[in-house]
Design a protein around this ligand. Sequence first.
Ligand code: KE4
Length: 427
Amino acid sequence: MNSRNQQLFERAQRHIPGGVNSPVRAFRSVGGTPRFFQKGVGARVQDADGTWYVDYVGSWGPMILGHADPAVIAAVQSALVDGLSFGAPTEREVDMADLLCTLVPSMEMVRLVSSGTEATMSAIRLARGYTGRDLLIKFEGCYHGHSDSLLVKAGSGALTFGNPSSAGVPADLAQHTMVLAYNDPQQLVDAFAEHGSRIAAVIVEPVVGNMNLIVPTSEFLKAMRDQCTRHGAVLIFDEVMTGFRVALESAQGLFGITPDLSTFGKVVGGGMPLGAFGGKREIMAQIAPLGPVYQAGTLSGNPLATAAGLATLRRVQEEGFYPALSAKTKALCDGLVAAARRHGVAFSAQNVGGMFGIYFAEHCPGTYDEVLACDKEAFNHFFHAMLDAGHYFAPSAFEAGFVSAAHSDADIAATIAAADTYFGSLT
Ligand code: KE4
């Protein structure tokens, strides 16, 4: 008899494209039936069949405190009874702006939006308006949301302009985006040597979470900062995933690089629809109604989203929050690697703060090509074995994973034990 997940998935496909409201949820990369969740508590989620899983997706990053954190729930409940939305300024938005500009020293001003996509789309338009230039540089394997200028893949040759990576993106728009290799400083220097006066911005995931997890080299980030400074281009750190995930000071503080603009999402909303973009006052002053770069949003700074975000950001500032989160995430990675090695399985893993990557390869990849060389099928088998055992990893070999403050040492140990059993079954 079909499970509730299967019944719901069949019904969902009648009126929702692919049965999902975001493609990665459809399990197309790993195969099988997506789980329809009905409840989350702490480190666990429950699907429509009543099955519980230790959750390593955490809504793709936002649930850093765990699901249904009592303080977040209380903050939203308290805000709820005063009204859901006004389309007018509220004090809580000012509190959020003040807090973000305190926690992110590179941000002198910030604008709240409702998603990471809106944050990056707006930051790019702002960089183009501020510089009066059109050319944008991004890196292959990095994902910054689904606005047209970012759905672009590398051109036919190095240093050539991009082609659309999605139907519906005009070719002559994609021509304004150049897609370079991540962790290749020389190629970036060459691109600036050739096009420097035309480059409006470079946008980068300062730790990549969208081609699995890739850590930047310091040379790469330094070259990026130097070249943008030298040629008057805007350096945009897309911290939608890394923001308050890898450290309280986000990736920019961790690596000691000061971007001109930063984008945030996920953790800053605590699970509610909230994103933000911000940076130097001189640049942000170009945003309407102050300046000529238009940007707007009906639900921007929504009272419930800012309540959830503020409650979350209050907690992550607690002494010891990130050392504990990082240690737990590292223990997961080390335990999985040790289990794989015990059974002779080619496997590696690494974490940066509370986000991690697992790879079916001897070593952690450092580039997009090295990620592609990892054994995707081996990951897919691992994914399903772990799902059946009650441990929910990201349903794609090209995504990062996330640990929350609610994951206990016992949860981590149970996941490692389940993986050990799986790796043992392979020999
Ligand atoms: P949203 O529009 O999904 O809130 O944010 C887009 C975005 C921007 N920048 C980075 C670095 C991101 O990781 C994201 C979104 N991340 C994906 C996870 N790979 C969200 C999951 C999904 O697309 O359903």
